[in-house]
Design a protein around this ligand. Sequence first.
Ligand SMILES: [Mg+2]
Length: 312
Amino acid sequence: MLSIRSACFAPIFRAPAFPLAALLLGTASLLTSCQGSVAVSPGTGENTDPTTVGSSASPTQEYLVGATLFVQTAAEYRALCYQAYSLAEQRLVEHLHAWEADHGARSGRPTGAGKAGPAIITDLDETVLDNSAYTAWQIENEKPYTPETWAEWTALAEAPLVPGAADFLHLADSLGVQIFYVSNRKQNERPATISNMAELGLPQLDTTHFFLKTTTSDKTERREKIEALGYDVLLYLGDNLGDFDARWDKQPVAVRAERADAARADFGRRFIVFPNPLYGSWEGALYGYDWGLSMAERNAARREALQPASLP
Ligand SMILES: [Mg+2]
């Protein structure tokens, strides 16, 4: 639900005018020009064309180098995460005071029928857990993302923390706020995920606090389930706008941008957003969410979406 305040802001819309049409045209021409030369595995969408996979002349994962280095080496990445968690702490305390005033209750105490108390909903990957090592592995080994190798990575239970995550989650825990981990990791990744998080000393790791993916990546149903249990969700944390609301899911680049502009009053208030240059719906939008595209087609779609200066 958009607030009146957010609706009053004029959208600052700088998304390119061309992207969807251009992408479709570009993709269509690519599909035409590449017919018979790009092999796509129908099951995984994995490019099996020997001329574009594993070739040092045209490395398919090279585009991830800058993003991965930003996460792994830039002090600015760490500072952005600390900034987000610092704001999250401030907002949580504010919202909790307001909640207590509304309910006449002390922190975290259930307030009667139908009310299970205050809660937060947080995503896991690139919000609490840092998976940039998996992306670095992709680059080093010239491997695209696949659910199989991702599962091998999560099974290692070695993901480090996103900077600031532990302190924030411990603060929420100490304030009596329930923490719900709503993640698109799969159910069979639950034991390793909990083990990883236990090793990192994170709170509230019993299975009732985990809402992992069952059939859909859309988190709406899981968010509603938590609310239906009687929790008042004070704050949402995530790196993907779908962590906050489905209005951004499966939408083209321009629509996602428009809707972010329209919801600007929520960011930094109810919604705390973390930087993730590695992957996300922002990337899927560039491909029209067609993960069956070959690596060459994805590369072309990325190039097509650039907005260059009009220099000679
Ligand atoms: Mg995430």
